[in-house]
Design a protein around this ligand. Structure first.
Ligand code: ZN
Length: 278
């Protein structure tokens, strides 16, 4: 347990606008906040079009983002908006929304130099990479910005905040909360934990069992820990190949792909039956 937790210089509630050109690290900085606090323009475009870079749905995406933002501010919840905010009109609009709800507005400004932003943007793939001249235009627009005159109450420079420390602290709290799923996460990845629960009563006399389940389907696994720190593994329960043998048989599963193989009863490794292999 951390002895002193990091405090951030924002009043609660607040509307915090991440302000910076593409490639300046806004999304990384946003990781210091709870995921549900962050409204990301890219996410709303992805929801509208399956593609975060599809600018043709920007109108609908901003409308939806604003609806969510207003609902949150009505509840007095601090909200962070992750977008470029290069356009003065957009900054003014969001400053007004904060005023309407009686909360302070902050510009959380990135100070990443243009050459680094260009390098990061160029390294991106797919539609989130924008043309280089767009990055230049965004920097040019942002140099002209004067948040105070536009109605934004306070400006905070991201470089003055312990952003990595705050992000790690948040992730550590999340890790504590889900420590029981650490082995599942390590072997199968974060997303797989959403399909998994440990069984209250193990279905295997020797080992702890858990179940991947969705709808009416399930796949049972057991955590095999033979007290050798290098010999731990998950095994999935599969039918025994021997005609008439009720099994069950177990097969090692080291990845989601191998879970999928076990689900299809086509395990990567041979399965060992508890009845006919002894
Ligand atoms: Zn068998």
């Amino acid at each position: 347990m951390p002895t002193a937790s990091i405090t951030l210089p924002f009043e609660t509630p607040a509307l915090i606008l991440l302000v910076g050109a593409s490639g300046t690290g806004k999304t990384r900085v946003s990781r210091m906040f709870q995921p549900s606090q962050v409204l990301r323009a890219d996410d709303f475009r992805r929801m509208c079009a399956d593609d975060p870079g599809n600018q043709s749905v920007s109108g609908a995406a901003w409308q939806a983002l604003e609806t969510v933002l207003r609902a949150r501010l009505n509840l007095g919840l601090t909200t962070v908006v992750d977008a470029t905010f290069a356009e003065e009109g957009l900054r003014r609009r969001f400053a007004e929304i904060a005023d309407e709800h009686g909360v302070l507005s902050y510009a959380l400004a990135m100070s990443t130099p243009p050459d680094l932003a260009h390098t990061r943007n160029a390294a991106r793939t797919g539609t989130i990479r924008v043309p280089a001249h767009v990055v230049d235009d965004q920097f040019a627009q942002l140099r002209e910005a004067s948040p105070k005159a536009e109605g934004i109450d306070r400006t905070v420079l991201a470089e003055t905040l312990p952003v990595l420390g705050a992000a790690l602290e948040r992730l550590a709290a999340e890790e504590d909360r889900t420590a029981d799923l650490a082995d599942v996460r390590r072997v199968f990845g974060e997303a797989a934990t959403e399909l998994f629960a440990w069984d209250a009563a193990s279905s295997d006399p020797q080992f702890r069992t858990g179940t991947f389940a969705a709808g009416n389907e399930s796949l049972c696994v057991r955590w095999v820990d033979d007290r050798d720190p290098f010999d731990w593994r998950f095994e999935a329960r599969v039918p025994c190949r021997t005609t008439g043998c009720p099994g069950p048989a177990w097969t090692p599963v080291r990845s989601v792909a191998e879970l999928a193989d076990a689900y299809r009863d086509a395990p990567a490794d041979e399965a060992e039956c508890i009845r006919c292999d002894c």
